[in-house]
Each structure stands twice: as structure tokens, then as C-alpha cells.
Design a protein around this ligand. Structure first.
Ligand code: ZN
Length: 404
């Protein structure tokens, strides 16, 4: 086991950790530890809600969650010698759950509090609890499904410079202005309420809380990319914007499907990430980098048989849209959910299955006017019965329901 670089006290809240945590992006948040290029270490992380979601059979905690207080990150970690314009190389050596707490959760967020990709169709809060058995996940709320997860950090990246942060805040405020009262909102702007800004105190803390970018979207620094294939053995290359790079991470997912469609759509857990860090001097210019890139790793679940659902850019009212990949992927997801209902899964169970099983989402065609074609490939091996179409038709078996 590598040296523990950042440890978490599971009996304490994110606000009371011995090593300060943060949930905003700001260049002034000081590093809590330093690593040298070539060094290996273990980073422990709380779950993305900092313990707000409990292992029980009610979705009240999801319904009333305080979303200003989420995405607690471990870090920042200063990397010795990293300078703006360098590329920070982060190799994910291994990831796991906290020993003695081998469980996770998936939430469908209420439309008024978070929403999700299909929030107009599933506006009520719901939850599924998962138990881990080594590499496998099963849920008492979704019987008949068992699969090997693809474990990864949802959130990882470097601190922005003051200039980059100002750009983010300006462009996101401009978007929000287009429809300021929309539910769910077009963007989440800086909000002092619920902000945790690491070791900063006094006026410096107030400034960072007032200006700090929220953690929901992925941006040029990485951030909440939610890329399932950033798993064991993957290697990410992040642009460095400030002296020391200030790397932070959290929001570990035991597994997730492409799109993480129910918003809290992965199997969320507390755990640890073993990393090895390195620097490529002046790598941003050398490779023309704007957004991070990564190499996939050698360890991923191996599924062979998929049922692949298509969606095109014609919406639920039959309206024709022009090469709209958002609508096409939504249609693929809704087609898959309706299909799974024929086997006895509720809509919410099916929504969570697509969110958590390592489904492959593809932009299959984006040139065939006027229809974009998106596909969602669901591995059939994760079900205890064959779900492929046959002459006899689907066999309906009641399978309980998720927590609501
Ligand atoms: Zn997450």
C-alpha cells in the first residue's frame, strides 16, 4: 500500500476534517500537502455529499439535500516544480471503497432540487443503495441485476488561475441571464452559502467563497468530467494554470454508465485513490492543449454482448430537430427504459440501471441531416434473465421498487 498523502476521519464532517477540504475552485485555496514528480501516494476521499445520503429505504435525504454543500474535494496537492503551461500527469494506479463501508448510492434528483437528464419524465426524488462484493455491485432496490463496476474519480483537476476563474464566472453568468428563473437552473453561479475553502480564514476565505467556481461542470481544468473510463491504470494530462498546479479530487464512483444520466447517477461512494504524479514541462504549448486528455487503462470490465438502443433527433412530440445529439441520446435512453419496463422493472429502476451499469453511449451519426443518431449499448450479461427479443415476448417479473 502506498504512503497515505491525505487521510479522512470518517467520524467527522467535511468541515471538521484534520486536513481541510474544499468544494469550490479558487486559485487562493492553499495546498494542504506537496508531492514530488515521480512520487506515488494514496488520497482518501469522502463521498460527494460528505455523508448526507444514508444507507436506508427512504429518498427524503435525496429530496432535501443541500446542493450548495457537495463535491468535497481532497487537496489541493501542490506538485513540486509545476508551473503554468506545464502538463500535470496523473496516473490512477488503483481505486477502492473504504474498508468496512463497502456500499454506495445512486439518486434520481427532484426536478426542483438538482434535476437530471430525464427530469421532465422522472421529476420525483428516488434512491437505490448498492452493496459491493469485491468488484461486483448488487442492490436490494433493483433485484436481478449484478455487474462488475468501472471505478473512477468523478471529479479531478487543477486549480484555475485568477484570469481563467474570471472567464468561467463571466461566461456562465451570461448563460444564466438567458433564463434566470429556470428550474433546474442553466448554471450554478458562485454562492457563499455552503462554501468550504480549505485552510483559508477571515477575509481571504470570504473572497474565495464569494468568487469560487461551483464544481458541477467539467471545465478546462478537468473538474467534474464524470468519465467512466478514467479508471484503474488510466493516465490523465491536466493543463497547469498556477504555480504548483494544486491538484484536487473526489466524488469517487464505484461504477457509472456513459452520461451519468440521473445526475447523482453513478454509484457514489467514499474511498481512496492511489496516484502517481509527474510533469511535462511546457506541455500545454507542445501539444496544443485546451482541455485535459487521458489514456485509458488496462483494467475494465469485459462485456461481450450488448443490446443497443437507437435514438434520433425527433422529440417526444414528434418535432423534427436538426442534428440535435442531446435529444437523440435522450430518445435512446427513453427507448431503453420503456423496453426494460416490459420485463418488470419500474421506470425509476431502469433509469438507475442505465446510469450505473457500464453502458456505452455513442454519437453514432452526426452528419445525416436532419437526424443525429445516438446509441446506448446495454450489456445483457448484467441481468439474471435474457432480455433479448424473442418470438415468445418478454416475461414480466415484479421486482419491487427503488426508495422514494
Ligand atoms: Zn459523483
Amino acid at each position: 500500500m502506498p504512503k497515505i498523502i491525505i487521510s479522512i476521519d470518517r467520524t467527522k464532517s467535511p468541515q471538521d476534517q484534520p486536513i481541510a477540504m474544499h468544494n469550490r475552485w479558487h486559485p487562493d485555496i492553499p495546498a494542504v500537502v506537496t508531492m514530488r514528480p515521480g512520487e506515488t501516494g494514496r488520497i482518501e476521499c469522502v463521498d460527494w455529499t460528505g455523508g448526507q445520503i444514508k444507507n436506508n429505504d427512504s429518498a427524503d435525504d435525496v429530496r432535501y439535500i443541500d446542493l450548495t454543500q457537495v463535491h468535497y474535494m481532497s487537496g489541493p496537492i501542490a506538485i513540486e516544480g509545476a508551473q503554468p503551461g506545464d502538463l500535470l500527469v496523473v496516473e490512477i494506479l488503483d481505486i477502492g471503497a473504504v474498508q468496512g463501508a463497502e456500499w454506495g448510492f445512486t439518486g434520481i434528483f427532484a426536478k426542483e432540487n438538482g434535476g437530471g437528464f430525464l427530469t421532465d419524465f422522472y421529476p420525483e426524488a428516488a434512491k437505490a443503495i448498492w452493496d459491493f462484493n469485491g468488484i461486483y455491485a448488487t442492490s436490494r432496490h433493483i433485484p436481478g441485476v449484478k455487474f462488475a463496476g468501472i471505478t473512477h474519480p468523478g471529479l479531478i483537476g487543477c486549480a484555475p488561475s485568477a484570469e481563467l476563474l474570471a472567464q468561467w464566472n463571466e461566461r456562465e453568468a451570461e448563460l444564466k441571464q438567458q433564463d434566470p428563473n429556470r428550474v433546474p437552473p442553466l448554471a450554478e453561479l458562485p454562492n457563499e452559502k455552503g462554501a468550504l475553502v480549505g485552510k483559508l480564514t477571515g477575509q481571504a476565505a470570504q473572497k474565495a467563497a464569494r468568487e469560487g467556481a461551483r464544481t458541477i461542470p467539467p471545465r478546462e481544468n478537468g473538474g467534474n468530467c464524470d468519465i467512466k473510463n478514467l479508471s484503474r491504470g488510466a493516465k490523465a494530462y491536466f493543463p497547469v494554470f498556477i504555480e504548483g498546479a494544486n491538484l484536487s479530487m473526489g466524488d469517487i464512483h464505484f461504477s457509472q454508465g456513459d452520461g451519468e444520466i440521473s445526475f447523482c447517477g453513478a454509484i457514489e461512494m467514499a474511498g481512496w485513490i492511489d496516484i502517481r504524479v509527474d510533469i511535462i514541462k511546457d506541455g500545454v504549448k507542445k501539444y496544443g492543449i485546451i482541455n485535459p486528455l487521458f489514456e485509458s487503462g488496462p483494467v475494465e470490465p469485459h462485456y461481450c454482448e450488448y443490446l443497443i438502443f437507437e435514438g434520433i433527433s425527433v422529440d417526444e412530440q414528434g418535432k423534427q430537430l436538426y442534428l440535435d445529439a442531446h435529444v437523440a441520446y435522450r430518445r435512446a435512453c427513453l427507448n431503453a427504459i420503456e423496453y426494460l419496463k416490459k420485463f418488470g422493472y419500474t421506470g425509476e429502476q431502469a433509469y438507475i440501471i442505465l446510469s450505473t451499469v457500464p453502458v456505452e453511449g455513442r454519437l453514432s451519426g452526426i452528419v445525416d441531416i436532419p437526424n443525429a443518431c445516438c446509441t446506448l449499448a446495454l450489456p445483457v450479461e448484467v441481468f439474471d434473465r435474457d432480455i433479448r427479443p424473442t418470438a415468445e415476448g418478454p416475461k414480466l417479473i415484479k421486482r419491487g421498487k427503488v426508495a422514494q
